[in-house]
Design a protein around this ligand. Structure first.
Ligand code: NAP
Ligand code: MG
Length: 488
């Protein structure tokens, strides 16, 4: 590490690059659909490219699965359900799921690097958060597979059948694990569609399922676009839809399955409040704000994208926040020093930039970090807006990028009212030294998860999900298992 200029601001450190190697990973040039335990060509013969958003370079071609491919996948899943998976004991199912978890652990480094390449997320997060948590979901639910009667005592438990699962691009392998692990533990089979821009780790998982000897058809991976997802939703022989994505698509899905027998869990958008009381440990809270919104480039459904600071500490918090923002390193996601990686796609970068312009035109005051931004690839500097109103578009709508709005408040009642005043209700954070204040706030905030003196912490044992337009149903923990069984 060398200091760039000893007379300059103390924060001007330049770190030597510390790149994670990519020699150990193997990517095929072309990926087919994984149906019935085999990689098969798409009926249309069409493929699309998945790229590395940090460079814009193509990583691989991936099959486009259409309605007829989805039909084949659902048929394979139904056959596997009827003939094999629903007949296995919980103990036997558990053995397969443990085996999957162990192979994922063995291949953790490879999975983390591929996730970083395909999604643009920083290696520190894919290596230390996404992949270990994904493994832990498989371990956790493997443990329930032979204990369902203890999970739901005195009830008759039945699996649902074929689960159609559709996931977004912000946590590709973790979202796949959240959905596949409880479905298999409860005795269901799966057809999963990853997002168009991040299909590679799901396809690597297909290889792992294969290596684990999972019976053919128990999990099928169909890559493609939105219409591939719609074909899963509309397929008559799918018993459950598990969707994570935008509120807009969630509403389309809800309409599509209305009047059918399909069960559903919808994990949708958010505009979560991070609340700093005047007795909070300010330095820790500033770290919490940074983690809440700049972690994973703000591509987090539960990102703490609205900051509420008690008026008498607002100047101090904002000053410290700006100072800390300036130390964040934006750049190559494969570099272990990078704090903020690449925006997932050109389209998402354009959306974020549109909101930043809108914020300025609405009269808010913008501050962006001084971080150097790479010339190629899709990047956005950490951005904060002060002088925003409760009615500002950037306060009300989900931006899904490293953009934070800051409002102040005087009383607890005022902040509860402001924090709850959005169509969403996914998560919230409260920072205070006083337990009674924390409990008062956490019980009145309309959010599925409320963190106290921390932010963005996840664990396979704890349920996650939203209120209002952030969706319904819970994933994780026992609640997440409950979403894959019929109780009689
Ligand atoms: P999205 O556009 O809704 O896409 C999500 C998934 O649905 C993708 O696989 C997408 O395929 C597919 N899809 C698109 N149109 C569809 C349709 N009509 N029917 C069925 N499937 C369809 O969301 P996104 O932009 O990828 O993800 C960001 C959103 O996810 C944000 O709003 C974020 O808050 C939310 N999210 C929520 C949670 C949570 O737990 N609540 C977690 C993570 C993310 P293509 O990729 O091919 O378009
Ligand atoms: Mg990609």
């Amino acid at each position: 590490m060398a200091k760039k200029n000893s007379t300059a601001n103390k924060l001007d450190w330049e770190y030597a690059p510390s790149l994670e190697g990519t020699d150990h990973i193997q990517l095929k040039e072309k990926y087919d659909l994984y149906i019935g335990g085999k990689f098969v060509k798409p009926s249309s013969g069409k493929y699309f490219a998945t790229t590395n958003p940090a460079t814009g370079e193509k990583l691989a071609d991936v099959a486009y699965g259409d309605e007829s491919d989805v039909d084949k996948a659902v048929k394979a899943a139904r056959k596997a359900y009827t003939e094999v998976w629903s007949k296995l004991s919980g103990k036997e199912r558990g053995k397969y799921i443990y085996r999957i978890a162990r192979i994922m652990q063995e291949r953790a480094r490879e999975l983390a690097v591929i996730e970083t390449l395909d999604a643009g997320k920083v290696i520190r997060e894919s290596r230390d958060v996404d992949v270990p948590l994904a493994c832990n979901h498989f371990f956790y639910y493997a443990g329930w597979a032979d204990k369902l009667e203890y999970a739901f005592p005195n009830r008759k438990i039945e699996s649902l059948g074929v689960a159609g699962q559709i996931i977004p691009w912000n946590f590709p392998i973790l979202m796949a694990a959240w959905k596949i692990a409880p479905a298999l533990a409860a005795g269901n089979t799966v057809v999963l569609k990853p997002a168009e821009t991040t299909p590679l780790t799901a396809l690597k998982l297909a290889e792992i399922f294969h290596d684990a000897g999972l019976p053919p058809g128990v999990v099928n991976i169909v890559t493609g676009y939105g219409d591939t997802g719609a074909a899963i939703v509309n397929h008559a022989d799918v018993d459950k839809i598990a969707f994570t994505g935008s509120t807009g698509v969630g509403k389309i899905i809800q309409k599509a399955i209305a009047g059918t027998n399909k069960k559903a869990t919808l994990e949708l958008g958010g505009k979560s409040a991070n609340i700093i009381m005047d007795d909070a440990p300010i330095d820790q809270a500033v770290e919490g704000i940074i983690n809440g919104i700049f972690f994973n480039q703000g591509h987090v459904c539960c990102a703490g994208s609205r900051l509420f600071v008690q008026e008498n500490v607002a100047d101090e918090v904002i000053k410290k926040l700006k100072r800390r923002m300036d130390t964040l390193i934006v750049g190559n996601p494969l570099d272990k020093n990078t704090d903020v990686g690449a925006i997932n796609s050109k389209e998402q970068l354009a959306t974020i930039q549109k909101y930043i312009k809108l914020g300025i035109s609405e009269g808010a005051t913008m501050h962006q970090s001084r971080a150097k931004i790479p010339a190629n690839g899709y990047y956005c500097a950490p951005t904060i807006f002060t002088d925003v109103a409760q009615s500002s578009t950037i306060v009300q709508e989900e931006i899904f990028g490293p953009v934070l709005t800051i409002q102040t408040f005087r009383t607890v009642d005022e902040v509860i009212q402001k924090a709850n005043n959005t169509p969403f209700g996914l998560a919230a954070g409260v920072w205070s030294d006083k337990g009674s204040r924390v409990f008062n706030l956490t019980s009145k905030l309309k959010a599925g998860v409320v963190w106290a003196n921390t932010y963005n912490k996840f664990d396979p044992t704890s349920p996650f999900g939203g209120y209002k337009e952030s969706g319904y149903g819970r994933e994780g923990g026992l609640h997440g298992l409950g979403a894959y069984v019929k109780l009689k």
